[in-house]
Design a protein around this ligand. Sequence first.
Ligand code: FES
Length: 111
Amino acid sequence: MPAHFFCRLETGSTLAAVRIYVCLNPNSDYNGSMSEPKIAQKSPIVQKVEPGTYYWCACGHSKSQPFCDGAHKGTGFGPLKTEITEAKTVAWCACKHSKTAPFCDGSHSRL
Ligand code: FES
């Protein structure tokens, strides 16, 4: 169930009400203390992958980068389920700041 928050934005003489939706993953271990993900490394992890389901680590604490090993417990993060449909080489994000997660978008170069 998403949590709804309301806020008011004032721009010049215009007042607007904005509804903000925050969706919490009911399967996450979110404990209300959202923090930044840990930077596992500042370069992508490039791998050849086969078709299948992968669980990319979003918290950065996994010892099995780039995949989840359960170390996210209590961090407010959870793994991102990713379906790979064909064999190919992918560049997994390891800095955990990509806007196109789980794949690298070059964000590590700005950290
Ligand atoms: S260990 Fe990082 S998301 Fe699971």
